[in-house]
Design a protein. Structure first.
Length: 164
């Protein structure tokens, strides 16, 4: 596999930044309402754009920029969980039930927790872990129990053993 050049990686970072700006513009223009899209999906997408930026900065060896982008990624990826489970979330009144948002599932939750582990920021973990939950249907699905247990273990590790 061919190693990407620094210029290619910078293009990926710039593309992710452009995607964020485009998304902000579309939100202001009413794109979400026009197409009946949930706000949670926009926040998750923005979190993924920031994740792409974090990876790019990491590949370029720019650790401070990578950490900054990963922090933003985590905050946006956690917003759908806060919308669902945090009574104080400013977007709570715009939330759809977790089962209908499409942004709270086993892969999404596992990915968010792994990003939080990679950042290793106790302050962010303490702030967000109480709201990172799975929808009830996943908690009771015996076929998914191994992943549910993995997610629970990550939550305990990230909360340093403190559970909500």
């Amino acid at each position: 596999m061919k190693q990407p050049t620094a210029e290619q990686i910078q293009e990926w970072i710039d593309d992710a930044h452009d995607d964020i700006e485009s998304q902000k513009r579309r939100l202001k223009e009413g794109f979400r309402e026009k197409h009946n899209l949930t706000l949670e999906r926009f926040f998750r997408a923005r979190g993924l754009y920031y994740r792409d930026m974090a990876l790019g900065h990491a590949m370029l060896g720019d650790r401070p920029q990578a950490k900054e982008a990963l922090t933003e990624s985590i905050r946006y990826l956690a917003l759908p969980y806060r919308m669902a489970y945090d009574e104080a979330c400013e977007y709570r009144d715009q939330a759809v039930p977790p089962e209908k948002s499409g942004t709270i599932g086993i892969p999404q939750t596992n990915s968010l927790l792994l990003a939080m582990a990679a950042l290793d920021n106790d302050e962010i973990n303490a702030e967000l872990i109480p709201f990172v939950q799975l929808a009830e249907r996943y908690e009771k699905d015996q076929e998914l129990m191994e992943m549910v247990q993995t997610i629970r273990a990550l939550q305990v590790m990230l909360s340093r053993g403190r559970t909500a």
